[in-house]
Design a protein around this ligand. Structure first.
Ligand SMILES: NC(=O)c1ccc[n+]([C@@H]2O[C@H](COP(=O)([O-])OP(=O)(O)OC[C@H]3O[C@@H](n4cnc5c(N)ncnc54)[C@H](O)[C@@H]3O)[C@@H](O)[C@H]2O)c1
Length: 372
């Protein structure tokens, strides 16, 4: 199969769909790779590395879109890219169509077969192509939180790990799933006093087994959160109710009880955030202060560490990319119900129920598409 990797053109997006290592794997399986010049530069990957891996470097996105049978990207295609898609072409990338009617309509009009990373599932019930980005955001949270706690950044001037004779910072993590557990790993490593709050007893048991006495686990109730929020130097919001807006666990009234110069890193901001006072920020201007509390609410945290994120994403997507290339999308989706869940749009039909519901469009199941 001819596989194309365009350079990402979304503002401040530095990741790339395939690394040179992924290119080597795909070429080993007998496929042809073309990569737009400079596609990997934001992740520290040069054209020369792609050439050494066996890819052909082309000068423009137009060439990629016209030559490739499958396009592998990171972010959803922008309008200018959507116009280049065509019937019979496979697009494999993050799409996030439910809140984006324009993109949904353009993908329908393109006739292309569009498979979204974020709706591919796993046998364990997770979303394996979202997990790596939650791992990155979780591990980044204590790092950015520690920086925001510094005086010059507006924080209360507390060192996360303390020093001998001075207590470590209190880190409270709301939600002990993928990002919360990864935040805990780093915060513990930095020497903080860490408490994780979750409403799932199973999650709390798993964390207890993993971290033992190095961390406290607390069952989530209004009263326990109110108590912990008062004590927190750094509060990390890592909750998720799948498919719904994040629950507003930190109300404005609760915020007023926090220490002056305390920091909130609201990872859940991409789902609206778990604090009433959270609003999305960017890497260029990541924090703001409300009631003396520093808020860090960057909606695309993994972008700060594009190189790590690119490799983490590739580790997760590569087996699916290989399956799509080796078998063709039809057979790959027939063989794997989890990859099948990734099919969002095919030849003008919406094949993902929540997307169809969000836009009041007709829904056709992936199974019925595959039966033809
Ligand atoms: N800002 C970013 O750049 C970025 C990057 C990656 C992921 N995210 C977001 O981070 C959020 C968390 O993702 P995840 O992969 O860790 O989710 P996850 O499903 O692995 O974990 C979420 C946890 O929240 C818990 N939870 C739900 N409601 C709760 C409540 N009321 N009290 C306490 N715990 C509660 C759940 O039991 C679960 O354990 C999501 O919104 C995700 O989209 C943001």
């Amino acid at each position: 199969m001819r596989i194309g990797v365009p350079k990402e053109i979304k503002n401040n997006e530095f990741r790339v769909g395939l690394t040179p290592n992924s290119v080597v794997e795909l070429i080993h399986h007998g496929h042809e790779l073309c990569v737009e010049t400079g596609a990997g530069v934001g992740s520290g990957l040069s054209d020369a590395e792609y050439v050494a891996a066996g890819a052909k470097i082309v000068a423009t996105a137009d060439e990629i879109f016209s030559e490739a049978e499958m396009i592998v990207k990171v972010k959803e295609p922008l309008a200018v890219e959507r116009r280049k898609l065509r019937r019979g072409q496979v697009l494999f990338t993050y799409l996030h169509l439910a809140p984006d009617l324009d993109q949904t309509q353009d993908l329908i009009a393109s006739g292309a077969t569009c498979i979204a990373y974020e709706t591919v599932t796993s046998a364990q019930g997770g979303l394996p192509l979202l997990t790596p980005m939650s791992e990155v955001a979780g591990r980044l949270a204590p790092q950015v939180g520690a920086h925001a706690l510094e005086k010059a950044a507006g924080g209360r001037g507390v060192l996360l790990g303390g020093v001998p004779g001075v207590p470590a910072a209190e880190v409270v993590i709301l939600g002990g799933g993928v990002s919360g557990a990864n935040a805990a790993t780093i915060a513990i490593g930095m020497g903080a006093n860490v408490t994780v709050v979750d409403r799932s007893s199973e999650v709390l048991k798993r964390l207890d087994a993993q971290f033992g006495a190095a961390m406290h686990t607390v069952y989530s109730t209004r009263a326990t959160i109110a108590d912990l929020v008062k004590r927190a130097d750094l509060l990390i919001g890592a909750v998720l109710v799948p498919g719904a807006a994040a629950p507003k666990l930190i109300t404005r009234d609760l915020l007023k009880t926090m220490k002056q110069g305390a920091v909130i890193v609201d990872i859940a901001i991409d789902q609206g955030g778990c604090c009433e006072t959270s609003r999305a920020t960017t890497h260029a201007d990541p924090t703001y202060v409300v009631d003396g509390v520093v808020h860090y609410c960057v909606a695309n945290m993994p972008g700060a560490v594009a190189r790590t994120s690119t490799f983490a994403l590739n580790n997760a997507t590569l087996p699916f990319t290989i399956a799509l290339a080796n078998k063709g999308w039809r057979q790959a989706l027939r063989d794997d119900p989890h990859l099948r869940n990734g099919l969002n749009v095919h030849e003008g039909k919406v094949t993902c129920a929540p997307v169809a519901e969000a836009h009041k469009l007709a829904y056709v199941s992936a199974e019925s598409v595959l039966a033809n």
